[in-house]
Ligand binder design. Structure first.
Ligand code: NAP
Length: 353
């Protein structure tokens, strides 16, 4: 396969750095351009970024001059990944799409747009067809695909086998979210050390809405959302990486714990046989040890791309309770976007210029 030239928008941020780390050895994608704000533009990447990854900054990006995020500066790339701050992503991502440069975005801005796929390849790969409904360019060369909020990923992935087998009546979820989810510098240390903050602005509405689009059915070029209420409480905890969720579900068709567990354990992702480079071998792993999963021990499992589930148990209110966990900046951000791009290559939507 020819190598794709890729750009990263928001390359200096927490998600941008994760893109750089994950793409450094990627078999299909080569980073050729990096973009950030005017504060960083014109500087070499090694000067512009405050590198927070725990592996060294890849040699190949150190001397790349950071560009302003304007499409005319990125004419050589085949597509861009976006880790842009949501306050600027709407206009910048549209500018790239209108210029015929596909955007694979992490930002929330286009997730609920009816013609933009909100994608977890293992959950709703068919939704990529929505791209055909986008009108950024006359010839269809520019478009946007998004990946979900970092809590919506493990929540939806764990709900998917239950939704397919039994139908979901309602969900109650409390998230315990890592501080890396707030970007850099993120939450002040005096606020979070030895503490829990019981509120994350704007988070709960995303957790309520995004699973319904992801579990929705594509019909005549539009997604019919799944129809069940989600009660969400989002909290920030002093963990570096890995969002942990306490989930309780009410099922439409009642089922015993054995059956629920069997559905989760035996669930086979629809992209399993595509062997995409970033796809986890086990996208949904059920743990037996009641002390698992834990962010520090399991966030990096299967390349950080796995959703781990544990403590599946009878609920005293509603039907079944369990814990779910995934790496927020890998599976819930950069890694998820890279897997989206791999699926889009495999399905012929992304092409080398
Ligand atoms: P971050 O660390 O604050 O990084 C923000 C990036 O946006 C930086 O590269 C910054 O460049 C750039 N930027 C800011 N203003 C800009 C402008 N006017 N023009 C061009 N670039 C600009 O944030 P993050 O945590 O990486 O998050 C990035 C995006 O991913 C957000 O939309 C966030 O909601 C989403 N997301 C994050 C996570 C997570 O776990 N962190 C998970 C899922 C989704 P400068 O360095 O030059 O300011």
């Amino acid at each position: 396969m020819n190598s794709f030239k890729v750009g990263i928008l928001g390359a200096t941020g927490a998600v941008g750095q994760k893109f750089i780390r994950l793409l450094d050895q990627h078999p299909w994608f080569t980073i050729t351009a990096l973009g950030a704000s005017t504060r960083s533009a014109g500087k070499q990447y090694k000067e512009a970024s405050n590198w927070i990854e725990n592996t060294p900054m890849p040699e190949r990006v150190k001397n790349i001059t950071v560009l302003e995020c304007r499409s005319e500066k990125f004419q050589e790339v085949d597509f861009v990944f976006s880790g842009l701050d949501s306050s600027v992503a709407t206009d910048i991502e549209a500018d790239f799409a209108k210029a015929g440069i596909p955007v694979i975005s992490n930002a929330k801005n286009y997730r609920t747009d009816p013609s933009v796929p909100l994608l977890i390849p293992e959950v709703n790969p068919d939704h990529i067809e929505l791209i055909n409904e986008q009108r950024f360019t006359d010839d269809g060369s520019g478009w946007i695909v998004t990946n979900p909020n970092c809590v919506a990923v493990p929540l939806t992935t764990s709900l998917k086998p239950l939704h397919d087998a039994f139908g979901i009546e309602s969900v109650v979820v409390t998230s315990m979210q890592a501080i890396s989810g707030a970007g850099y510098p993120g939450v002040p240390s005096l606020d979070i050390m030895g503490n829990v903050i019981p509120f994350i602005g704007g988070e709960e509405s995303k957790i309520r809405q995004e699973p319904l689009k992801l579990l929705g059915k594509l019909h005549n070029g539009a997604v019919r959302y799944a129809d069940f209420p989600v009660q969400a409480t989002a909290t920030r905890v002093p963990v570096i990486n890995g969002h942990l969720l306490s989930v309780t579900v009410s099922l439409k068709q009642k089922a015993g714990l054995t059956k629920v567990r069997e559905m989760m354990e035996n669930w086979k992702s629809p992209i399993h046989d595509l062997n995409l480079p970033s796809a986890p071998k086990f996208p949904l792993k059920v743990h037996d040890d009641p002390r698992h999963p834990q962010p520090r021990i399991h966030a990096d499992s299967d390349g950080g791309m796995q959703t781990a589930v544990g403590r599946i148990r009878q609920a005293h209110v509603m039907d079944v309770s369990y814990i779910a966990m995934a790496h927020n900046t890998v599976r819930g951000a950069a890694g998820g976007a890279i897997l989206n791009a791999e699926l889009l290559v495999q399905k012929g939507f992304l092409k080398v210029k």
